[in-house]
Design a protein around this ligand. Structure first.
Ligand code: HEC
Ligand code: HEC
Length: 378
């Protein structure tokens, strides 16, 4: 009898110890970056060309040359952008190795993603919709509320953000130093193997600055007088640029973006006040970045809180849903005055469909599949 008891207890003790050891091992794994599965970027022997891409003249002449925000202290080099590409896709720069920039910015969705809010490293949700990363070289300020003034500053923010990657800059530098493939990449990009947060920021920025979308059906149209457009696309284009439905007054230039934030009448009272929350100035309440419409077909859901699932819903907002707001942009009011009476465009079904068809001609398939921007860990 006694012997039997003793054996049962011994077995329980062994089971307990095994569980305890497994638990300790698994928690070690979470904190130790070296424990991640063997994980090597596969890179071309000669770096891809990022630095010397010939853009159509519409992107290099006035007014686009005025919007060029690449600074002379951090020009794009092929080796720098290559390092940036590896960092962008590396999950090891988040605290628990779970999340990379590309978790929320996916190439197939024009570097946005297809969810309203995005899960960060602890499965907590971001409070805003992930933004597409397209033609950032033509922006002076970043994020929906424009809180980052340069891309070099912006790219370090997600690393430090508690929901997104949750690292201090010292920690990310220490971690990158431990990872075998980085010394050569830093050497090639900056001349020495030294890892600093500034070099991380510069390399990420070079990679992002190199992501230019300029090969859509619209761009071909600019070259051949829209010979390949269908009647529906043509009518949508004319409407987009018409004075009456004046989308182009805010989404302007070949980049279809705005350089000043605006209230486009989503709500009478905003729960997220965008720029207003940042500055504390009520005159800024409800103001958000006017995003580029390039590749807009791929970046649903739409707006800063991802409230619209389809382009049809966005168009219907402008058609019949613009809300009165003290800061409503003058371009969306009957009187042409800030805070005036919201316009009602009263478009026909055909007109609405034509606008959607036109917006889809801004999709750039070569951008969405360009190997230079793809995941090197795949
Ligand atoms: C957990 C999801 C998530 C991760 C991870 C993430 N981002 Fe973002 N990103 C977002 C969201 C959400 C926004 C908009 C936030 C806001 O405006 O407050 C954003 C905005 C941006 C923008 C602004 C674009 C513009 O036009 O203003 C850039 C650039 C960007 N992210 C780059 C990066 C880089 C580089 C990394 C990795 C270092 C990264 N992101 C990691 C979700 C993420
Ligand atoms: C007063 C300036 C203004 C005008 C005019 C305007 N927009 Fe916008 N648009 C904005 C702003 C600002 C946002 C972002 C709003 C937000 O998220 O709070 C936006 C967002 C969008 C989005 C969603 C973008 C994304 O990435 O989520 C689409 C699509 C869009 N607009 C299309 C149009 C079309 C089509 C027209 C013409 C019918 C138009 N806009 C007219 C300012 C404007």
């Amino acid at each position: 009898m006694e012997l039997k008891y003793c054996i049962v207890w011994k077995q329980r003790l062994i089971v307990f110890l095994v569980i305890a050891i497994l638990f300790i091992l698994s928690s070690c794994k979470k904190d130790n970056p070296a424990q991640i599965e063997t994980y090597q970027p596969s890179l071309p022997a000669t770096p891809y060309n990022y630095s010397n891409v010939i853009l159509p003249s519409a992107f290099t002449s006035s007014p686009m040359n005025f919007f060029n925000s690449i600074s002379s202290s951090n020009p794009i080099t092929d080796a720098g952008a290559t390092l940036g590409r590896v960092l962008f896709y590396d999950r090891q720069i988040s605290r628990n190795n779970k999340v990379s920039c590309a978790s929320c910015h996916q190439q197939e969705f024009a570097f946005a993603n297809n969810t309203q809010f995005s899960k960060g490293l602890y499965n907590e949700l971001t409070t805003r919709n992930s933004m597409a990363i397209i033609n950032t070289r033509f922006s002076f300020r970043y994020f929906w509320d424009l809180r980052s003034v340069t891309l070099e500053n912006q790219v370090l923010e997600p690393i430090k953000n508690h929901v997104e990657m949750d690292m201090t800059l010292e920690e990310v530098v220490d971690r990158v130093k431990l990872i075998g493939y980085y010394p050569k990449l830093f050497q090639d990009a900056f001349g020495t193997t030294e890892v600093t947060s500034q070099r991380i920021s510069y390399a990420l920025s070079q990679f992002l600055h190199s992501m230019v979308s300029y090969q859509s059906k619209y761009d071909q149209g600019v070259d051949n007088n829209f010979a390949d457009y269908t009647q529906l696309e043509m009518d949508g284009k004319d409407l987009f640029f018409s004075g009456s439905v004046n989308c182009n007054h805010c989404h302007f230039t070949v980049n279809f973006f705005g350089n000043q934030p605006a209230v486009n009448g989503l709500d009478a009272t905003y729960t997220d006040n965008g720029l207003g929350t940042l500055t504390g100035d009520p005159a800024d309440d409800g103001k958000f970045k006017i995003p580029t419409l390039r590749n807009i077909e791929m970046t649903a859901p739409y707006t800063h809180d991802g409230r619209f699932a389809t382009l049809e819903e966005v168009i219907e907002h402008y058609n019949s849903g613009i809300q009165a707001h003290p800061n409503l942009d003058d371009r969306l009011t009957v009187e042409g005055q800030i805070g005036g009476t919201p316009k009602q465009y009263n478009m026909t079904t055909y007109q609405k469909q034509s606008l959607v068809a036109f917006l889809k001609t801004l999709t750039d398939h070569s951008f969405l599949t360009d190997v230079r921007f793809s995941d090197p860990f795949n």
